[in-house]
Design a protein around this ligand. Structure first.
Ligand SMILES: N[C@@H](CCC(=O)N[C@@H](CS)C(=O)NCC(=O)O)C(=O)O
Length: 245
């Protein structure tokens, strides 16, 4: 059995895992399922959220960080530094990104989508899938919208809370990046990959395998993109996509 990665294709946590698999040249099959169909891929495999990796030897990894650690165990040093102190720094930054930045970016992006007069979800579903899911994108996105809104508390109060959590986290990363090429040490690590993948919905790098090149035509989202691209953390995300994706 090959390694199987179950994804919501445009999810930034899924992009984190997919990038790490690609970077370590680990063969895998991606099962792309738009929400809420992802549950058909995750629940039977003993999970709920995506990414979920079933490894060729039958392990089920239900969290992006577990996937990166598993990959690094197989290719030591590919994602985490061999130096113990540097590794701890990378892991701490990754945890903070996963816990604060990832959820905040997701809610803010969905909030901007749902505020827009234009239907943004359908083109994203379409760009994400093939076959019948692609043909059914307008229906599936209509079904998904209220589910996402409720599950992720996508509303004005939630968006305000997320913005308040995101700003200090990005300020700290902006300061850390002053005068350095990478977040930790002298090389690209899981910290840089995680920052870039989790900011991708805002900065929209061309190299993104699902959303790269997708024109959404929503002025508010384009203004957000330009604002995030202008700060050091956003610039760093764009730079590591160009150099490492
Ligand atoms: N901490 C988890 C977060 C994963 C996560 O929140 N995945 C979202 C997509 S961005 C998901 O599958 N949501 C659908 C659901 O909860 O049913 C990880 O790093 O893997």
């Amino acid at each position: 059995m090959p390694n199987v990665l179950v994804t919501i294709p445009f999810s930034h946590f899924c992009e984190k895992a997919r990038w790490a698999l690609d970077l370590t040249r680990t063969p895998y099959v991606e099962r792309r399922l738009v929400p809420p169909l992802h549950l058909l891929g995750t629940i039977p495999r003993g999970g709920r959220t995506t990414p979920l990796l079933v490894t060729e030897d039958g392990k089920r990894l239900t969290d992006s960080t577990d996937i990166l650690r598993w990959l690094d165990d197989r290719s030591p040093g590919a994602l985490y530094p061999r130096d113990r102190d540097e590794r701890r720094e990378v892991e701490a930054i990754e945890d903070q990104l996963d816990e604060v930045v990832g959820p905040a970016v997701r809610r803010l992006v969905y909030h901007a989508f749902f505020q827009s007069d234009v239907d943004v979800l359908t083109p994203i579903f379409r760009a994400s899938s093939r076959g019948w899911q692609r043909s059914a994108a307008p229906v599936l996105s209509r079904v998904a919208k209220p589910v996402i809104r409720k599950a992720m508390k996508v509303n004005a109060a939630g968006a305000a809370r997320s913005q308040a959590a995101l700003e200090p986290a990005l300020d700290a990363l902006d300061r850390r990046l002053e005068g350095r090429e990478y977040l930790v040490g002298e090389a690209f690590t899981a910290a840089d990959l995680t920052l870039a993948a989790l900011l991708a919905p805002f900065v929209r790098p061309e190299e993104h395998p699902v959303s790269g090149g997708l024109q959404l035509g929503v002025a508010a989202l384009d203004a957000d993109r330009d604002r995030y691209r202008a700060r050091p953390s956003g610039k760093h995300a764009m730079r590591v996509y160009a150099a490492h994706r």
